[in-house]
Design a protein. Sequence first.
Length: 209
Amino acid sequence: MLALTKGDRVLDQELALLARAGIEPLEDPRSSRKLIFDTSLEGVQFMLLRSSDVATYVQHGIADVGMAGRDVLLEHGEDGYYQPLDLDFGHCRIMEAGLVDEPPLPRRIRVATKFVNVAQRYYARMGRQVDIIKLYGAMELAPMTGMAHRIIDIVETGNTLKANGLTPMNLIHDVSTRLIVNKTAMKVKHRVVAEFIERMRASVKEGKS
């Protein structure tokens, strides 16, 4: 069982990667309400999940293999599965950002983010104490309204930050989509899983050419 992320753009990229490897769904998941799909490769099915749930399903062995953004994996925790392959799509960055005209900051700052664990580790490495405010969207509003001094968020082009008077300040992690494999599945189903990894590796290479 393969765990994929729903969402039009990322699903299109996942399906293209699989298609280059000779694996295609028997019906179009973009026009179906089903969550589990058979594929053209015998014995291989995939399920569609929220991005934040892919690692959990792989970690618990419900899915043997999954595709998930490194941002999600960093926040979830990286135990319980291997990351054998960078799939080379979904590129972005996790960055610390603040106001362009940022006033002097207090010793203890407030930081808004949905990446609470990532933020805690980042500031711990810096030896800085912060108050973290968990938000799920529109991070830019937090510094604009004074609720937070800084944000930690996904940045692709930086245009949204710029449009709202913010600027990226520090790179925390580069992000791309990773192939993840349940540790038990790697042992018990080694031949099948290893073959799938090699199919994906060849597909990634073909996608670059």
